[in-house]
Design a protein around this ligand. Sequence first.
Ligand code: ZN
Ligand code: FE
Length: 256
Amino acid sequence: MTRLQIEQFPCRSDNFGVLIHDPATGATASIDAPEEAAILSALKRTGWSLSHILVTHHHLDHVEGIAALKSRFSAKVIAPQKEADKIPEVDETVVGGQTFEFANHTVEVIETPGHTLGHICYYMPEAATAFTADTLFALGCGRIFEGTPLQMHQSLQKLAALPDETVVYCGHEYTEANARFAVTIDPENEKLMARAEEIHALRAAGKPTLPTTIGIEKETNPFLRADDPKIRALLHMPDAEDSDVFAEIRRRKDSF
Ligand code: ZN
Ligand code: FE
């Protein structure tokens, strides 16, 4: 099996576009369609032709380019069943726990309610790569717009259960702001401190901070570390449920 090629590029104000290309078949998928123009120029730059759009959730900054790209390329639009009525031009719906094939590569659908109720992530085990959109960010997680903190915590735990080496692409470049918050929750975490410095340097140089990995996030992302004794002590929640500790971290971030 040939290896997938992945092209990540910034679009809109702080979104990422991601293209996945299978050289053997020529198939190319866009993870979401934040913006037609940026995706078109990425396709031009790579010489790839769009065959699929894999949608994670219904927010405008993830679906706005779908109609234009579909009419140009006749790309197949795959979207979460629970939000299909809010997403334009859907050809095929998918649900959590199912798998499908993209150019002979298995894609697993992971249901991750919280940011929205139907949000899904896509995981490609052979490529050890996950596309987590607005559920898991580098050093952060999505705002809980539709679900509950408990749901979001469970969704993040599903992602944390993927192998440590899993490469993670996210929906937004929020890492620097996330780092500023993370160090207030986990100030004695040396790996986090070192990473925060790296992130500031990358952003100062105009470079992306992503992709990340599940292993790095488990070591440094406070939203995946609700079971950490030092974080619990800092929050005065030594004996609370993990999901309540997570909810408190999310609440503090919302007003940070
Ligand atoms: Zn969103
Ligand atoms: Fe978004």
